[in-house]
Each structure stands twice: as structure tokens, then as C-alpha cells.
Ligand binder design. Structure first.
Ligand SMILES: *Cc1c(COP(=O)(O)O)cnc(C)c1O
Length: 364
């Protein structure tokens, strides 16, 4: 029993080593995980306090309409309740999009490197993949992506800031793309790192959903909100796209704890501001450090930096892990001689800089 033909070519998601295993393998008591772009400040204390006081009816199915969170979020974003869908992480919405919009003979257009799940789920639904390399600074080449669209294109996957490069395209570039993109092509704008953008990089993508009825914006509580372990994300689009996706969505796809936690997290915007400010400060400082070291890096508007390493990223990864720092080697992301580093707390980043300096010195 092997399943569909396409599955012979695909592998299950291989996660990085768990912190506990690294602690044991390297006999370390202090580990700094900078590999999955999680929030180093955790999540809002208001969430943990409110959840302690909650009485969950775990024997009852969750609210399949995610009503309370839907009300809170649609008010905050000034959108209609019919214009939003929730998923078990925005990653589930990526799956729903593939299942809903890809038919045999379809193709999808995306950047490379980008978030790998677009390709994975598109392949499973039988799509042909058209990948357009990002430019030297890690930006999507939107003009080349446009030129690749044809009559069989079902979805264009856009990711801004792009994971793993970190580069975010401008509002002008995006609206110009939408003006030229055929209306029959679904444009997915994945803004998983939206809360990390500096104000001048904001796309105001939600305002575009009426002018461009073929756009869906994906956001998540996993990154800046720090709720990755609970799995909840959302998509915002014109009501007809949402209605289509809702037919494919499982009836109870987000769980009761995640719904509550996300509602409380939303109320603490101070936490998000703090996360954004600390991240930006530490990002800039890390960039200054790399410049002094003579290492390059890609532009970043997110909570991670793709660093150009003088030798294989795997080598740097292996060196760092001995000191308790877990980063993502670029070889696993399709960009050799890089590492993707989540921006951590100031004191951890200082220690990381010491270890990187030492590594560079030993390289000679
Ligand atoms: C982390 C990430 C996601 C997935 O987030 P979940 O909501 O946890 O599923 C989606 N897109 C990008 C680009 C990401 O980096």
C-alpha cells in the first residue's frame, strides 16, 4: 500500500531536533532555540492567567464557527464575519486552499526559496509547480511570477516577509501585481510575520479584498502572538472564497483551548508591540555585528535573519549546536551556505555573537 503516485516523491516533514534530545546528546543545560521563528518572549501573561480561571468542557466539541474569536477579530480588523476562516494554524488553510482550488492540469506559481508547504500540498493535489527564484536580496520577482501565469494557473503563492529570506515587498509592487494578475487566479498572500513589519512596510492588504476579489490574506497566532503550540491561524478574503473553503474545512478544525487563548492574546496588544520593538532592536544589532564580522545577510522585515556563511551552513549549525544554539542550516531550505537565525532575546544574541566570532576566528 503506497497511496497516490505523487506520494512516492514526497517525504514526511522532518522536524529539527527537539530541545530535550539536544540537551542529552550534548550535555547542555542551557539551550537557545532559534530554528523555528517562535517568539522568544513566549506569549502574553494575560493569556496564561485567563486560561487558569477558565472551566473548559473538554467533553463537548468546540464551537465549530469559532464565534467569540471571530467576533473579536472581525471587530478589530473591521471586516465582516463572512470574510474570515480559521484553521489549525494557517498551515491548515494552505491545505484547504489546495484542496479547494487545484484541479488536474492546474499549475501554481511561487517563489523559491519560500515556505515549503505551498509546494508540498499543491503537489499532493496534482498541480504542476512553477518556481521563480527570489532575487539576490531575497525578494519575490513579482514581474517574472506574473509572466509565468497561464490559463492553467490556479494559485499564486506570495509570502511577505518571505520565509526564509525575510524580505518584504512594497505595497506599490503588490498592487501593481494585482492590477496585472488575471482575476481567475487566486492570489494567496501569506503574512505569517505581519506583526513584525515596520509601519512603513504595511501593505494594508485587508483593504484590498473588495477591489481584488481573488486575494486571500493568511495570518497566524503562531509567530508574534507566541501560540504556535496551540495551532490557530486565519485567512481573510472576499466572502465567496471563504464560503468555498468552508465546504472543505473540517467542522471542528480549531480546538477550544486555542480559540480561547487566541481571544485573550488579541486583547494584549502591548505584548505584540513589545515583541515587535525588542525584535527590531535585536535584529538591527545582529546585522551590525555581522557587518563587522564581514558576513553578509538578506534583507529582513521579520523575526529571523538569513545569514550568508563563509562555509556550509550545516558546518556552522553543527558548531553552534555544541554551544546550545539551534539554528536552521540553509542546505535544508534550499539555499546553501546560509543559516536562518530566529532573532532571540538580547542576552542570548550577545552570547551567539561571541560563538560566531569564535567560529570565524577558527576558520582563519
Ligand atoms: C510559520 C509559518 C506558517 C505556519 O504557521 P501556522 O499558523 O503555525 O501553521 C505559515 N507561513 C509561513 C511563511 C510561516 O513561516
Amino acid at each position: 500500500m503506497q497511496g497516490k503516485d505523487i506520494l512516492k516523491q514526497l517525504s514526511p516533514y522532518k522536524q529539527g531536533k527537539q530541545t530535550k534530545d539536544i540537551q542529552i546528546d550534548y550535555q547542555l543545560d542551557y539551550i537557545v532555540k532559534l530554528a523555528s521563528n517562535e517568539n522568544p518572549y513566549g506569549y502574553s501573561k494575560q493569556v496564561s492567567e485567563a486560561l487558569k480561571a477558565e472551566n473548559f468542557d473538554f467533553h463537548i466539541y468546540p464551537d465549530g464557527y469559532t464565534s467569540d474569536l471571530r467576533t473579536a477579530l472581525t471587530r478589530k480588523l473591521n471586516i465582516d464575519e463572512t470574510e474570515i476562516i480559521f484553521g489549525s494554524g494557517s498551515e491548515e488553510i494552505i491545505q484547504l486552499l489546495c484542496r479547494s482550488f487545484i484541479v488536474p492540469g492546474s499549475n501554481v506559481v511561487m517563489a523559491t526559496p519560500t515556505f515549503p508547504q505551498y509546494k508540498h500540498y499543491s503537489l499532493i493535489e496534482g498541480a504542476e509547480i512553477k518556481e521563480i527564484p527570489t532575487d539576490e536580496e531575497g525578494y519575490h520577482q513579482l514581474d517574472k511570477m506574473l509572466a509565468t501565469i497561464d490559463d492553467h494557473t490556479a494559485i499564486v503563492w506570495l509570502c511577505t516577509p518571505n520565509n526564509p529570506t525575510g524580505a518584504a515587498f512594497s505595497k506599490d509592487a503588490f498592487t501593481s501585481f494585482l492590477d496585472q494578475c488575471p482575476k481567475e487566479v487566486l492570489v494567496v498572500l501569506d503574512e505569517a510575520y505581519y506583526e513584525y513589519l515596520q509601519p512603513d512596510k504595511e501593505l494594508n492588504a485587508l483593504q484590498l479584498r473588495n477591489t481584488y476579489s481573488n486575494v486571500i490574506v493568511l495570518r497566524t497566532f503562531s509567530k508574534a502572538y507566541g501560540l504556535a503550540g496551540l495551532r490557530i491561524g486565519y485567512g481573510i478574503a472576499n466572502a465567496s472564497i471563504i464560503e468555498t473553503l468552508d465546504k472543505v474545512r473540517g467542522p471542528f478544525n480549531t480546538n477550544a483551548v486555542a480559540q480561547k487563548a487566541a481571544s485573550y492574546a488579541l486583547e494584549d496588544q502591548k505584548f505584540i508591540q513589545h515583541t515587535n520593538q525588542e525584535n527590531y532592536k535585536n535584529l538591527i544589532e545582529f546585522q551590525r555585528f555581522l557587518e563587522k564580522l564581514g558576513w553578509g545577510y538578506y534583507d529582513s522585515e521579520a523575526n529571523f535573519l538569513l545569514v550568508k556563511t563563509p562555509t556550509s551552513g550545516v558546518k556552522v549549525y553543527e558548531y553552534l549546536i555544541r554551544f546550545g544554539f539551534i539554528v536552521r542550516p540553509g542546505e535544508l531550505l534550499g539555499i546553501p551556505k546560509t543559516i536562518r537565525v530566529t532573532i532571540g532575546k538580547e542576552k542570548d544574541m550577545k552570547k551567539l555573537q561571541k560563538v560566531l566570532e569564535q567560529f570565524d576566528h577558527e576558520l582563519g
